[in-house]
Design a protein around this ligand. Structure first.
Ligand SMILES: *Cc1c(COP(=O)(O)O)cnc(C)c1O
Length: 421
């Protein structure tokens, strides 16, 4: 790049060369300028699999079609007012204007620890067993840098949030896929992991309640994971982004509740989905103090912590009135019902999710997930996420998100009922 390139030009080039994948928050380089070569690290990331759906969507919009996007996992309802009020108040407090503590503001970490005590009956030391994150994704992306060496193996579920696999690759380690199959309730089969692989594995990523399948795990399963991980010296990184989105009264266990978990695990907690705070970038990791310290050592060299006013808003979210969460869950339950009915009318069989804001639905015979997603855009202007975008074992499924306005979702359901497979 020449030094004469203006900031505007650079920004324009960036816009041209990258595309935001709204389906799962991946940002991918699609057309890098030939003036320089990107790193092997970037080149080794798996191919972008949503291009076909993205272009079908653009095409439909271009034709003037009213497109309803059920592909995006980003709550449409606003953040509750009491949380916004706290941000405003804290933003005026000049003690929040300077660099925050790298490992997080004590008041926020204490609130997280109190939350774990109340919600899961676990005692955590906020000083050593909790760290503030700039969203759970930030911690998930950085943890391999804290724990693996090039060539190490990391157990990664498929289908899954793509960041587990990609952060493993960026850190130079090799992802080993654990298939999540419907027959096994979308849980990994620990017995199917060969002992040679398990011995070489340093880390395992897990996520329950699960995105994209909506599956949940029992505390008993977490006990089995702890046993397995202790046997092979594997660190378990549990992504609990949907812990508080249990539907029909279901209350998901925290991984840290499993006995022995604190010796080998960290859990990534996010306020994003629970309190409609995806834009705020606030979360936490909690668990084993040595793992938290290692993650902190990476972060100290990369970011300078989360804005303290946002952390105060996080305290308000965790400790303020929780009626907003109940209200949001009722909304998702209602929308889930509308979509399940529409899917059935189309001739598709989706199981109701017990948690999360997603439905995971098998595609009709004769279609790949990408073909079926394209078919839905073309025929009725409804965008869904092809399962293969979450990994090879997501093939054969689509993910439908409940995070659009109920009126729009009703319209999507109405259109879905006009076609049959
Ligand atoms: C949305 C999501 C996240 C991201 O959480 P942030 O706190 O917003 O970074 C992490 N994991 C899964 C599985 C998600 O769906």
């Amino acid at each position: 790049m020449t030094s004469r390139t203006s900031t505007e030009e650079l920004w324009e080039r960036q816009k041209q060369t990258t595309v935001e994948n709204h389906h799962c928050g991946e940002q991918r380089v699609v057309n890098m300028s030939a003036k320089f070569e990107v790193s092997e690290r970037i080149k080794s990331l798996p191919p972008y699999l949503f291009a076909a759906v993205d272009s079908k969507k653009r095409e439909a919009i271009g034709k003037g079609m009213d497109v309803i996007d059920l592909g995006v996992g980003d709550p449409v309802e606003p953040t509750p007012t009491h949380i916004i009020d706290q941000l405003c108040k804290s933003a005026y407090d000049r003690t929040n204007h300077r660099y925050p503590s790298y490992s997080g503001m004590m008041a926020f970490k204490e609130a997280v620890a109190r939350w774990y005590r109340k919600r899961a009956g676990i005692d955590l030391d906020p000083k050593t067993q909790v760290i503030t994150l700039i969203g759970a994704k930030e911690g998930i992306a950085h943890i391999p840098f804290a724990l693996v060496n090039p060539g190490d193996k990391v157990l990664v579920p498929s289908p899954a949030y793509p960041v587990y696999r990609n952060s493993t690759i960026l850190a130079g380690a090799d992802p080993v896929i654990m298939p999540l199959l419907k027959d096994n309730g979308f849980l990994p089969d620990l017995g199917a992991i060969d002992s040679n692989t398990a011995r070489k594995a340093k880390m395992m990523f897990l996520n329950y309640p699960n995105n994209p399948t909506g599956a949940v795990a029992t505390l008993d399963f977490f006990h089995q994971v702890v046993e397995f991980a202790r046997g092979y010296n594997i660190v378990v990184c549990h992504d609990a982004a949907y812990l508080e989105l249990g539907l029909d009264g279901y209350c998901a266990p925290s991984f840290l509740e499993a006995s022995g978990a604190l010796e080998i695990a960290v859990e990534f907690y996010s306020l994003s989905k629970t309190y409609n705070m995806t834009g705020w970038r606030i979360g936490a990791a909690a668990g084993n103090a040595d793992i938290i310290a290692a993650l902190g050592a990476v972060k100290t060299n990369i970011d300078s912590g989360a804005f303290q006013a946002v952390q105060w808003a996080g305290v308000q979210a965790l400790e303020g009135p929780q009626g907003c969460v109940e209200q949001q869950k009722r909304i998702y339950e209602q929308r889930r019902g509308l979509l399940l009915e529409a899917l059935r009318s189309m001739g598709l069989q989706a199981d109701p999710s017990q948690a999360t804001c997603y439905l995971w639905c098998p595609v009709p015979h004769g279609f790949t997930s990408t073909q079926f997603a394209a078919e839905l855009i073309e025929r009725i202007g409804v965008v869904v996420t092809p399962g293969v975008g979450f990994g090879q074992y997501g093939e054969g499924f689509i993910r439908l998100s409940l995070t659009v306005e109920t009126d729009r979702l009703k319209e999507a359901a109405r259109r879905m009922k006009t076609i049959r497979f």
